[in-house]
Design a protein. Sequence first.
Length: 201
Amino acid sequence: MEVRAVAKYVKVQPRKVRLLAAEVRGKPAVMSAQLLKYHPSKGAFTLRKVLVSAMANAVENHGVSVENLRISNIQVDEGPRMKRISQRAQGRGNRIIKKTSHIMVVVEDYEPQVKVKPHGTKAKARPKFDAPKPARKKKSEEAVAETEATEESTALAEIAEVQEAEATPALQSEPVIPPPDAVEEVAAAEADPATEVQKEE
């Protein structure tokens, strides 16, 4: 089912309306009306008036919901031209051509399709506004194995060094105690050098 609205002898250039018609053709009527409402062009104002009129015709005459309407066609034709003259120097005049347009908007009813996500998709994570963390480099399995082997070898070497260090100071720290007879002989020799001479003889 199609419903149309026509506006004739609109004082706007057809080219300006056609540029806007190409943007909203085939889109939902409600969304197109909102887009044209905030467009600064003069052609958008006139095109929106015709679009709203077509939507009202569909609602009043056929009982169609506004949300189920879509723009099927927009036709912009040129109407009669008004010719004027602007005065120039030395009695001359320049031609001024004021163009008019005939605008026709056709809307049709359709069933809007709701986008359904495929089964099994997960919801997106909520955005975090914290400072970005530095990216971590993933180590390969070979690199991890090598690091573990080197750590084990170094640990074993450290344990061996500690055991050696504990054993050697015990031997070096034990003082050498001479026998008491040798100490007495050394003391006597230092006190009495004559006895040394007799021993030598």
